[in-house]
Design a binder for this molecule. Structure first.
Ligand code: ATP
Length: 586
């Protein structure tokens, strides 16, 4: 769907009101002209030879006042209707987006997509507001008033009307020359801008490294060069354009228009083609004929931007949702089974293939393997962050796709690397695990997650709002999310153990919290710690998306394959870490 079609589509719920407001705006735009026309007509009447017609004079005066009244009423009504319609549209769109986002797969919320959501919900909807509430009506008035003026002038004298319009073709030529190669120049402009941005980002991001290695001058030079390039290019492009733009704008400016009208009028009167008072309407109304050329440019740019934003909102609303089962089933028990599971993010690259895995209740299954081998992807298929592209994932004998999401999350808890805390009180953040949980239960979970004391030390304890009066370290945030999972008390838990490495100070606290969390649960863990790996009931060694080896630690070591080699590397690394810690302590 094109952006423009998307815009029309999104505005469908308020179409009726847009039409009504546009009609009122047309009335406003025409009536805006009425007082000027009346003054011109009055002058023609009074200056005409012979005594003025009193009744006609009064009628003109009445029409002028009536026009003024209608103008104000129509303007107010059109604006009010559009503003109410706009408020409804924004609410409607944001509700639609929220409803849609509640149904997209959890795995869709990557960094990129979250940024996109923020932009669509805030900026893009606001951009559409500008269009609906302001630009559309302004654009309409900018076109209708001059058209009405043109129609009126044609009734006065069509020849002088044509003369009045003389500057328009000249303006068109100057404008066309100015816009030659505009597309190319715009893309060069964007490129130059991008280079500056990249240089700024490099400079700011790397500031610590840059300073440490004494590279400030060099890095700054790159930024300065990018800025100089940009300034040169911009100057070369814009200088001749400014001259042309000045010329074209001067051609259709009111003084030029007045000059043309008066010169043409003088000629017409001297030749006896027109009575002198008949020049007056042209001087009063004709001068504004070219006004839309000045505003149309701005209006059409806004329209384009709003259409672009609408395209992004539509794309968001179009992102595929996770199908919910019509008649959800209940899993019987918490045995987990991956049956011939294959998965691809993009439909082309196979990230997982032919995964078979059974996890009996209470069993610890460790996933190991090199970076990119598919551990996180596999783990995330269980809480249905994505749907498998081949095979099936079953819990308690039921396909996860047939279990309603509410029930699924009561069965499967997860603690992943990217800790998600809401801007809400700490207690509410923990209670997400089980809405309706009492204070006592929340505190018990926090205590078990080794975070209770830290929460009490916050300015308002459990009522402190995350991100406002509660600023938690990475490790503390992890413990809050562990408390949440503890409270949810799901029998199956998916865990990325790397969480434990994020914050060395609280590592042992996190370890204790995790041991409490995993006790007695069926656990699928992306394992990083020797103790978890050696103690696991089964270890899956992933290699390029397939299961390379599987078994318990001792058996795998005895096989002397990839696992044994990886293990040797782990052991060396952790020994080194340990020695390092010792040194620090000493
Ligand atoms: N959201 C995504 N969209 C597309 N491809 C992805 C996405 N997430 C991961 N991948 C790709 O899938 C493959 C497996 O990634 P995955 O994160 O599952 O591996 P991993 O074994 O957990 O790696 P690590 O130990 O580094 O976290 C990689 O090639 C990765 O680039």
């Amino acid at each position: 769907m094109s952006d423009r079609a998307a815009l029309m589509d999104l505005m469908a719920p308020i179409r009726g009101r847009v039409v009504a407001a546009s009609a009122l705006q047309v009335v406003y735009a025409v009536s805006a002209l009425v007082p000027f026309v009346c003054v011109a007509e009055l002058a023609r009447e009074l200056l005409a030879p012979g005594p003025p017609d009193g009744a006609r004079v009064w009628t003109i005066a009445a029409v002028a006042i009536g026009g003024l009244l209608v103008r104000f009423l129509a303007f107010g009504a059109a604006g009010a209707i559009m503003h109410f319609a706009d408020a409804d549209l924004q609410l409607h769109l944001r509700r639609r987006m929220a409803a849609h986002l509640a149904r997209v797969p959890l795995g869709w919320f990557t960094d990129r997509n979250s940024g996109q959501v923020k932009k669509a919900v805030q900026d893009d909807v606001r951009e559409m507001h500008h269009l609906v509430a302001h630009a559309l009506l302004d654009l309409l008035a900018a076109v209708v008033t001059p058209l009405a003026a043109l129609a009126y002038l044609l009734t006065v004298d069509w020849r002088l009307t044509l003369v009045t319009l003389l500057p328009v073709p000249l303006f068109a030529v100057a404008f066309a020359v100015m816009m030659r190669g505009f597309g190319d120049q715009m893309s060069r402009w964007a490129e130059a801008n991008e280079r500056i941005n990249a240089a700024v980002v490099e400079f700011v991001r790397g500031i610590a490294v840059i300073k440490t290695f004494g590279q400030t001058q060099r890095s700054y030079r790159r930024f300065a060069e990018a800025v100089d390039d940009f300034a040169d290019f911009f100057g070369a492009w814009v200088r001749p354009m400014l001259r042309l733009s000045g010329l074209s704008m001067a051609l259709i400016s009111p003084p030029t228009m007045l000059l043309v009208v008066l010169a043409g009028g003088a000629l017409f009167v001297s030749q006896g083609w027109l009575a002198a008072p008949d020049v007056l309407p042209f001087a009063l109304v004709g001068v504004g004929l070219t006004a839309p050329f000045l505003t149309l440019d701005m209006g059409s740019m806004r329209l384009r931007r709003a259409a672009e934003s609408a395209g992004k909102v539509a794309a968001l609303l179009d992102s595929p949702v996770l199908p919910e089962p019509e008649e959800p089933v209940a899993p019987e028990g918490s045995r987990v089974e991956f049956r011939g599971v294959g998965f691809s993010y993009d439909g082309e690259t196979q990230v997982l293939r032919e995964i078979d895995l059974v996890m009996e209740p209470g069993m610890v299954t460790a996933l190991v393997g090199p970076s990119g081998s598919g551990k996180s992807t596999l783990a995330k298929l269980l809480p249905r962050f994505h749907d498998v592209t081949e095979g099936a994932v079953l819990i308690g004998g039921q396909d996860v796709r047939a279990i309603g999401s509410d029930r699924l999350y009561r069965h499967v808890g997860f603690v992943f690397q990217e800790v998600q805390l809401l801007r809400a009180p700490v207690a509410a953040n923990i209670a997400l695990g089980r809405p309706g949980a009492g204070t006592e239960e929340i505190e018990r979970a926090a205590r078990a997650a080794q975070i209770h004391d830290r929460i009490l030390a916050l300015p308002r304890g459990y009522d402190s709002v995350i991100g406002e009066d509660a600023h938690l370290s990475g490790g503390e945030a992890q413990r809050v999310s562990i408390a949440r999972a503890l409270l949810a008390d799901a029998p199956i838990l998916v865990l990325d153990e790397a969480t434990a490495f994020a914050d060395p100070e609280s590592e042992s606290a996190i370890q204790d919290a995790l041991s409490t969390l995993i006790a007695g649960r069926t656990l699928l863990v992306i394992a990083h710690r020797l103790s978890t790996i050696t103690g696991a009931d089964q270890i899956l060694v992933l290699d390029g998306g397939a299961v390379g080896e599987r078994g318990v630690h001792a058996d795998l070591l005895a096989q002397d394959g990839p696992y044994a080699r990886q293990w040797a590397a782990y052991a060396r690394a952790s020994e080194r870490d340990w020695t390092h810690d010792e040194e620090v302590v000493r």
